[in-house]
Design a protein around this ligand. Structure first.
Ligand code: ZN
Length: 333
């Protein structure tokens, strides 16, 4: 089910209009499109509105009525001619192909226009790619494929050549900051904290607000532990890290050590964490540049091992990491 159906974000408007203009220019014929993005900017909201615009019975210019039968059925994800395939964190299998086939070929209304939306599609299955290609080459079916995917997704050339390409542009830090403070009550957060949250979220305003609202207190706990690391024992650090938030803490730790290395080279303009200069000054009392590299490398390895190795003994890895961290952090040699 697609959520957040009535929400709209201002940065989507230009692309929404561009795609509609393009669709009109193509005389509403079968077109297949791909929309790429670099970070979470509300791709589903954009695509859902485009699909509603295509089906809406009372559309007016770029506007949709959001009340007609078609708009309502799309809102409920039960429109008979629209099929949503969510590939986010999962691969599509043959059962989806059967459904697509049924929708396009075997359904009673073969002459009715259909839309199939593949969210976060990864073009890594040769057979599924060929199946999709076969349909895209066949002009007798009335349908539109819409793909969304991350910017760095590899798309086979024969598929890419049959798609019209669009992209949601990156937003500037200033634009994101203004949108955040105009739309949310962020009085409890400093300017530097908000900018840090934007940078830690890869310039996604949606991830940034989620981070501030739901996880910022965890980051503050991590920072509080780091500034008191000289008072902590190895067991204290293990107890702090070994919980459900290990992955997010490791991500923040890696950004802090990357930043500390930049700090060591006086490159403070491009820090992720611009709100923790005090911490880098504190680290400077203990940590040399070589040990900073070694600790950063260890954090990244631990993160990869925990995420990618099935059934690994997490506790032993954390124990090993913390012993290493502790030794290197306080190693003056
Ligand atoms: Zn409508």
């Amino acid at each position: 089910m697609i959520k957040k159906k009535s929400i709209w974000y201002p940065w989507l408007t230009k692309l929404y209009k561009n795609i509609i203009n393009f669709y009109k220019k193509k005389n509403y014929k079968n077109i297949n499109i791909i929309i790429k993005y670099k970070c979470n900017l509300g791709i589903n909201i954009l695509i859902l509105k485009l699909i509603k615009w295509i089906y809406c019975l009372y559309k007016n210019n770029y506007n949709i009525c959001n009340k007609c039968l078609n708009c309502n059925l799309i809102n409920k994800n039960s429109h008979p001619n629209f099929y949503y395939i969510n590939c986010l964190n999962k691969k599509i299998d043959i059962s989806y192909i059967r459904k697509i086939n049924y929708l396009l070929v075997n359904s009673l209304n073969i002459s009715v226009f259909k839309i199939i939306y593949f969210r976060d599609f990864i073009f890594d299955n040769f057979y599924i790619n060929n199946f999709l290609l076969k349909y895209m080459e066949e002009s007798s079916y009335k349908f539109m494929f819409i793909f969304s995917c991350f910017d760095n997704t590899n798309i086979p050339f024969n598929i890419l050549s049959r798609l019209y390409k669009f992209k949601i542009n990156y937003l500037s830090e200033k634009k994101i900051f203004n949108w955040l403070i105009n739309n949310y009550n962020l009085n409890n957060f400093s300017y530097k904290s908000i900018i840090s949250s934007i940078r830690l979220s890869n310039n996604s305003p949606l991830s940034s607000i989620k981070l501030l609202n739901n996880f910022w207190y965890l980051r503050l706990t991590l920072l509080n532990n780091l500034i008191n690391i000289h008072k902590m024992t190895i067991i204290n650090i293990i107890n702090f890290l070994d919980n459900d938030y290990l992955i997010i803490n490791l991500y923040w730790l890696s950004t802090i050590f990357i930043d500390f290395i930049k700090f060591k080279f006086n490159n403070i303009k491009n820090l992720f964490n611009i709100d923790v200069i005090y911490l880098f000054n504190y680290f400077n009392n203990f940590l040399n540049i070589n040990n900073s590299y070694l600790i950063l490398n260890k954090i990244i390895c631990l993160n990869n091992n925990i995420k990618n190795i099935f059934n690994i003994n997490k506790n032993i890895l954390i124990y090993e990491f913390v012993c290493y961290f502790y030794t290197k952090f306080f190693d003056k040699g």
